[in-house]
Design a protein around this ligand. Structure first.
Ligand code: ADP
Length: 217
């Protein structure tokens, strides 16, 4: 199923690109009109291929992680501030809070990518007027980053499966996304000795909690 989805998602934009090029060949004057379409499709294919490549490398344990201190309060702040454009365009309120700061150990950029995937999903699956909150707190020997939304929620029977590669709750697939965001986030967090927990109620919202070992009290 994974391969069928990949081939389908790569084939569709290829057909579009082929069509655009054929039109430009016949009527060179329409290049300006076709260019944004072509750019959009190429960008989608680039992202899809990059996500697949990263996922394959993560699964083969070929991604070499930095090993350094990762201050989590700064990470949460950067991710929340980075998500503000997407949130305000959608009229979703995005806030963040640090209850206790803590420091994890590992690859800052990759961990940031994992949390960013969760925040961008939270905004995407929340309707205008809704709220997304990112919270950092300490839970015994682990740091917890909670990404809470008041969005569409995830049915209980889907909650385990959404972490599978390319799994999408039917009809809810993000436009122009690879469907690999959660699998990548989970793999990065696992390889840092952590886990992602999910609580969700359909129609009310979801909370994804990233738990990471921390280096100091
Ligand atoms: P994508 O969002 O590109 O489809 P992901 O791997 O990021 O792929 O997510 C897999 C699926 O999990 C999504 O298609 C969606 O159905 C569900 N999902 C993820 N995050 C949320 C969320 N915050 N609220 C509701 N559904 C979500």
């Amino acid at each position: 199923t994974f391969m069928t989805n990949v081939f389908h998602d790569l084939r569709t934009p290829l057909f579009v690109l082929q069509g655009c090029l054929a039109r430009v060949r016949e009527q060179p004057g329409c290049l300006g009109e076709e260019l944004p379409v072509m750019q959009g499709r190429l960008e989608f294919m680039r992202r899809l291929v990059e996500d697949m490549f990263l996922m394959a490398k993560l699964e083969d344990r070929q991604v070499i992680f930095d090993t350094d201190r990762v201050p989590l309060a700064a990470l949460v702040q950067r991710v929340a501030e980075g998500g503000e454009v997407q949130a305000s365009q959608k009229q979703v309120s995005l806030t963040w809070q640090v209850r206790q700061d803590c420091t994890a150990w590992g690859d800052e950029a990759r961990l940031e990518q994992a949390v960013q995937n969760l925040v961008s999903n939270a905004v995407y699956y929340t309707r205008p007027g809704g709220r997304v909150t990112v919270t950092l707190e300490r839970r015994q020997s682990r740091g917890a980053i909670l990404v809470e939304d008041t969005g569409i929620g995830i049915p209980p029977e889907e909650q385990r499966r959404i972490f599978e590669r390319y799994y999408t709750v039917s009809g809810k697939h993000k436009h122009h996304s690879s469907g690999l965001g959660l699998s990548i986030a989970q793999e990065i967090v696992h390889q840092h000795g952590g886990e992602i927990q999910l609580e969700s109620t359909p129609g009310q919202g979801s909370t994804f909690t990233v738990l990471l070992p921390i280096t100091e009290k």
